[in-house]
Ligand binder design. Sequence first.
Ligand code: GLV
Ligand code: MN
Ligand code: MN
Length: 410
Amino acid sequence: MATDLLLAERTLDRLMELAAITDEPGVTTRSFLSPAMAQANRLVGRWMKALGGAVEIDGWGNLIGHFASQAPDAKTLLLGSHLDTVPNAGKFDGPLGVLVALAALESLAERGIPMPFHVDVLGFSDEEGTRFHSAYLGSAALAGVLTEADLELRDARGLTVRETVAEFQGVKKIDLPAPRYLREQLLGYIEVHLEQGPVLQEKDCALGIVDAIAAQTRLVYLIQGRAGHAGTTPMLRRRDALAGAAEMVLAVEQMGLQMPGLVSTVGQLQVEPGASNVIPTRVRFSVDIRHAERRLADDACVRLAAQAERIAAHRQLLISHETVQHTPGIRCDPRLIAGLEAAAKTTQDVVPHLISGAGHDGVILSQITPIGMLFVRCRDGLSHHPEEHVKLADIGAALSALTRFLEKFA
Ligand code: GLV
Ligand code: MN
Ligand code: MN
């Protein structure tokens, strides 16, 4: 019989095995509907089957392991996290929550504790949103809340979501997906995730409870200038799109420094024509803005647009932008918060409560069911980095807490 320590060790081994599945050799990168995502789904699907789950990959690349209850009229509790990653990712962001959920079910099964509800363990296909720049395509499809505008987003190769998903499904045309679950069938969604920040380490606690997830906006800015010869065009006669973009990047940084609670990032920049002897004519860049309060994130977006107008006027550039993601801040469910806190208290005296600056699929699932999240300490708050790390003992603490939560919830 596998003890919880053995299950935690196995979870860590599985995380290492998954991290080797990648679209880019030598690092860990898995993006929405990529070959590596298909391979990761197959591997985790095998682990689900070995535990008695009925496994399915839906038309949007989400992995679903269904663990049926024998109880009559059973409802369904959702557990899990995502299996996609950022480029050159760590080994824990996402897979940790899927694999701890499986380990918790195994721990209960080994002790012969039956579940009076069905459990679906979900491995979402697009929490990071790195391929189409807008996150949560997988969970939004599952919840039935995608819009036509989502289907028209384009990846770096110019393919739309609509074309990409049609090819994945082997059909000519796709429709907006219907919700997979009815609200009244569901009991809630619980996700275990590494904290991705330094708070739990500073407080010397393995586990924390998420009270809320910050509002998030992702924008794409386009700056149009005029190309010209880098050797012959006088400095004062230039309309350099990249110099304008550089001012914008600093404006984005300043906004985060000046507005309490706001974080703002430019993470992508494409320069055209991209030759060392040509003045840049077009620059496209991303902006990611987050705040616990939607209103303040919106204020920041308005201020940034005003700043863009000033830069455009001063440098004779054309600057435009579009919003590719605008998600609300959400609150976790008080009952699930209390249940997770009580479960975590069996392994630690104090359980800190946190607001998540990172986005999670729960933002979408909160539209169809109550959500709760358990955070796990990570080394030095580092995440979206290959050295992201969670200790074995903390995986064990998360496993015990989730197992405990499920027992009580039952
Ligand atoms: C996902 O990790 C995000 O918050 O961008
Ligand atoms: Mn994540
Ligand atoms: Mn992430």
